[in-house]
Design a protein around this ligand. Structure first.
Ligand SMILES: Cc1cc2nc3c(=O)[nH]c(=O)nc-3n(C[C@H](O)[C@H](O)[C@H](O)COP(=O)(O)OP(=O)(O)OC[C@H]3O[C@@H](n4cnc5c(N)ncnc54)[C@H](O)[C@@H]3O)c2cc1C
Length: 439
């Protein structure tokens, strides 16, 4: 057995795992990383086994709003970089902060089991090319991603064409010569619909609910860079942003898109300039929900029907932690209920990183989460008062950092936070735990 009793086991070398590895190094926390793929980058490496990336994918948040603050993207990287540029960025990040040497690559963690209460250690089991292994660790950090396990919808009836989930979509050539129906109009669904418009024979988009569409550019600048330093209260932000959307996007309902029955920011907006453009050119038909399938015919809930060769369901992903008992993660509804989405209420040797989503959180928001966790661990080890204060706060019961927002009751919104509320809480703890300074 390998001697690892004083180390944390870190699962994943995606953006989140890398951020955690970096701050653990900075804070002097011993750890060993495990990564299923042969390299870093997580789902941004389209060749990684659990990547759900597709050839045409680009960031939907702009580079300066997404990058790690202490590792800016190179000047020549596009404002909305492709997944290829992002993969390179994460490789450079890992090399710059000397993170590669901490990881075992081509290695899958298959089981993590506590040896007792918090602090008693964990048994970690993993598999690599040499077979199965296990060792005891001080604790476990889970950064295995949130967008790899497909949420597969059930349809009534039988479809005789090709039916795939977006997680199996890689390249627009998959649409060649096909009449395509995309189901779900989130960010991936809309991106993929644009590919199908260009490469398929026809493309329809089936939508259950309306979305707010945000163009990638507003006044010639990436939309997420507007607003800058001015922090508006939500009611005013909604009014201002709603007006900007009216100017730049107009009324998507005129192309057949359903009207959202919720307020702006109660669900993740769709950042896409092309889908409305194509709808306006008549290249995209909007359809309601599917009622049933029959041969190659899809019957919709409004009584209409059409024939397709391919249905692609862009119906999102669900949280998936197959290597740990559900009972250990304090699940509440569709997501583990953890303090600031990362910290177990009672255990100080189990953390989930990156199980957080917010409009515009970016890598820096994830880095802050990692820094809070790392500083908490070092604070506890040193007996620091702020760490004891945080321990009491997370044990006392807590709500998700929604800032009072009523998010849609959907699995993908179960770990959504209000960016301003979340970052304020996290950076507040970082400042306390570090005696005022943040790195
Ligand atoms: C098409 C697309 C566009 C996106 N655009 C943006 C954007 O513009 N801005 C933004 O902020 N976010 C965006 N995202 C969200 C994306 O989830 C995050 O950017 C980021 O990749 C999350 O990082 P992560 O490290 O948490 O997870 P991942 O990138 O999924 O990495 C998880 C890693 O864990 C590894 N792993 C999993 N299980 C095991 C195991 N049992 N043992 C060992 N290793 C394991 C995986 O191999 C993987 O490398 C986008 C996502 C997609 C799919």
């Amino acid at each position: 057995m390998v001697e690892t009793r004083g180390k944390f086991a870190l699962i994943g070398a995606g953006p989140m795992g890398l951020a955690m590895a970096k701050v653990m190094g900075e804070q002097g926390i011993a750890f060993e990383g495990f990564e299923l793929h042969s390299d870093v980058g997580g789902l941004w490496d389209i060749d990684a086994p659990r990547s759900t990336m597709y050839a045409s994918a680009h960031l939907i948040s702009s580079k300066r709003m997404t990058e790690f603050t202490d590792f800016p993207m190179r000047e020549e990287v596009a404002e909305y970089p492709s997944h290829r540029e992002m993969r390179q960025y994460f490789r450079e990040f890992a090399a710059h902060f000397d993170l590669y040497r901490h990881y075992r690559f081509n290695t899958e963690v298959t089981r993590v089991t506590p040896l007792g209460g918090s602090g008693d250690g964990w048994r970690v089991e993993w598999r690599d090319e040499h077979g199965d292994h296990e060792a005891e660790f001080a604790g476990v950090m889970i950064a295995n991603g949130t967008l790899s396990e497909p949420n597969l919808p059930q349809f009534e009836g039988q479809f005789d064409g090709e039916l795939i989930h977006a997680c199996k979509y890689r390249d627009a050539s998959q649409f060649d010569g096909k009449r395509v129906l995309i189901v779900g109009a989130g960010n991936s669904g809309c991106d993929i619909a644009v590919d199908a418009i260009h490469h398929g024979v026809s493309c329809d988009l089936s939508m259950r609910r309306g979305y707010y569409f945000v163009p990638k550019y507003v006044f010639g600048k990436p939309a997420d860079t507007l607003g800058g330093a001015i922090k508006l209260p939500m009611w005013l932000k909604r009014r201002v942003d709603g007006m900007i959307l009216k100017w730049f996007v107009g009324d998507p309902q005129k192309y057949g898109f359903p009207k959202p029955d919720y307020a702006l920011y109660e669900s993740h907006p769709v950042v896409n300039s092309l889908v409305l453009y194509h709808a306006g050119h008549g290249d995209l038909q909007i359809r309601p929900d599917i009622a049933r399938l029959e041969g190659k015919t899809v019957h919709f809930t409004d009584g209409s029907q059409s024939d397709y060769d391919m249905i692609l369901t862009a119906t999102g992903y669900k949280l998936h932690y197959p290597f740990i008992d559900d009972g250990l993660l304090n699940w509440k509804g569709s997501a583990p209920h953890l303090y600031l989405n990362a910290m177990h209420p009672d255990r100080d040797d189990l953390f989930v990183l990156g199980m957080v989503e917010a409009s515009g959180l970016g890598w820096q928001g994830r880095h802050e989460q990692a820094e809070m966790v790392a500083r908490y661990i070092t604070g506890l080890r040193g007996g620091a008062a702020p760490a004891r204060e945080l321990k009491a706060a997370k044990a006392a019961g807590f709500d998700r950092a929604t800032g009072g927002m009523k998010y849609l009751d959907l699995a993908r919104m179960a770990y959504y936070v209000d960016k301003a509320t979340y970052r304020k809480a996290v950076t507040g703890w970082i400042a306390k735990l570090s005696g005022g300074a943040t790195s």
